[in-house]
Design a protein around this ligand. Sequence first.
Ligand code: GLN
Length: 300
Amino acid sequence: MLDEVQRAVRATAVPGKVATSIPALAGADPEGFGFAVAGLHRGEEVQGVGDWEVPFSVQSVSKVFTLALVLAADGDALWRLVGKEPSGSPFNSLAQLEREGGIPRNPFVNAGALIVTDRLQTLTGDASGALRAFLRTESGNPALDFDPRISRSEHQHAHRNAALANLLADYGRLDNPVPLVLDQYIRQCSLAMSCRDLALAARFLAHHGVCADGSRLLTRSEAKRINAVMLIGGTYDAAGEFAHRVGLPAKSGIGGGILAVVPGRCAVCAWGPALDGHGNSVAAITALDHFTTYTGWSVF
Ligand code: GLN
């Protein structure tokens, strides 16, 4: 099945463009491709194909994990500050935030993710450190880390995210100072992880909230809700098209990764740096499309 997916991706001309909004991302090889599947049960091996063990910049894929940590520590309180609706606008829209009185549409648009990071900072005192510790444990990779080259580059071009954070602060939505929230957010986005790491780390979402060691991070209902929000907003304003084509909850990032969840079965990560106009990886969508068509696995 993995070979089949890889063949399908290689056979499809990939018309996307590598992200340039963070200049350090622009050097990624547009031909790069990786795909990994991690099953739920102890000893069930993670398997992959292509560059599946090559680390890439996770960017917005990190947002699904910060959301999980905040819900785990703080329950439903977050939903007073952030919506659960599809965005219908680009992920970094300022206009939408202003029009809607400072309540971001969902936790995966940048404004919503800044609030989640702010909450995690308040709850842990070190949002990105807590995130890294969690991901190291769940992926079984103690070496996974931030990429300072990427975070430095994003810091130099973070004007729009700074504007969003300032607008949120003006609405009284942040506990912590804007520079700290922005720094923590940029750091979490700069994590370098492979398809293997991400698929392993996301198994708790397929396992109804239960972590690799059998402990429970989230209630069954919380895990279901994260998957629901991934479905409606994990691939931004293309979530409808993605649900139509792939049929799984997923979260994308402009580093070219897309993480997808097959509830009760496995977590999957596909990567390819060339993006479509919504900021989603063309190769990863193609791979996941073939994967769900081939296996028949879908939430529908
Ligand atoms: N760090 C990026 C940003 O905030 C993440 C965007 C993304 O991956 N969609 O612009």
